[in-house]
Design a protein around this ligand. Structure first.
Ligand code: DER
Length: 240
């Protein structure tokens, strides 16, 4: 236990890097949960940052929320917290979707899919009026770098990987939709050009580059609080 400092109070020991990252993720997640209102249709992302989001939403005690989960893990965690989870096709359009990111660049491009759920995550984000990204500060980078997660059709996968080269399969089970998870491992350069190249390769289901226009707001947990950045969605700039 820490001994009393000059103030006479017990001072907390400094957080190590991992604990600091978790605290930043939790702060961003709590800030995003404040954007949700009674009766909203909410898309729930996947990953360790979203693991902080789910209890933050549950603690708000909102009524009438209808949620869509982007992975079985998120669905189970949400159900365990008493949240209502439905399919996107049942709900239709979403008011808001909230998700983490692996990297965020200065223009608002994201890399997502470290957990292999980027296909469902991109579908859910695309059907939300507002897509909010939550991240700890180390996710903010000057320039995106590989790997870029990929989901591939389970047919002639070595041929698809050659067309996407340099790329390799990841040691993960298939996605819930049967796709194989792989990574593009080369230079990124212009994310827009790479996104077009990846999307134009037969056999690719979805890639983990998310364009700025998809993003309404980015909430970054930092040592000094939560920084809000506008995304590139032109209809959302006024929300920040
Ligand atoms: O895998 C994913 O797509 C996640 O959403 C990822 O982008 C963020 O995961 P994290 O919150 O565990 O860092």
């Amino acid at each position: 236990m820490a001994s009393p400092g000059a103030t006479g109070r017990h001072e907390q020991p400094p957080l190590n890097d991992a604990a600091l990252r978790e605290a930043q993720k939790a702060a961003a997640a709590r800030a995003s949960a404040e954007l949700i209102e009674d009766g909203m249709r909410v898309g729930l992302g996947t990953g360790s940052t979203v693991a902080h989001l789910l209890p933050a939403i549950a603690r708000r005690g909102l009524s009438g929320l209808r949620c869509v989960a982007t992975s079985p893990a998120t669905e189970q965690a949400a159900l365990a917290l008493g949240m209502t989870v439905e399919g996107l096709d049942e709900i239709g359009e979403l008011d808001i979707a909230i998700d983490g990111a692996d990297q965020v660049d200065p223009a608002g491009w994201l890399i997502k899919g470290g957990g292999g759920a980027h296909t469902r995550e991109k579908i859910v984000a695309a059907h939300a009026r507002s897509f909010v990204v939550i991240a700890s500060a180390e996710k903010v980078v000057e320039e995106l770098t590989a790997p870029v997660p990929l989901e591939l059709v389970d047919f002639a996968v070595q041929s698809t990987l050659r067309a996407l080269a340099p790329a390799s399969l990841r040691d993960l089970p298939p996605s819930p939709d049967g796709g194989l998870i792989a990574d593009y491992l080369g230079e990124i350069g212009d994310p827009s050009a790479l996104a077009a190249r990846l999307a134009g390769t037969p056999g690719l289901v979805e890639h983990g580059l998310f364009e700025p226009e998809l993003v309404s707001m980015i909430l970054i947990g930092t040592a000094d609080g939560v920084e809000r950045r506008a995304g590139g969605d032109p209809s959302a700039a006024a929300q920040v």
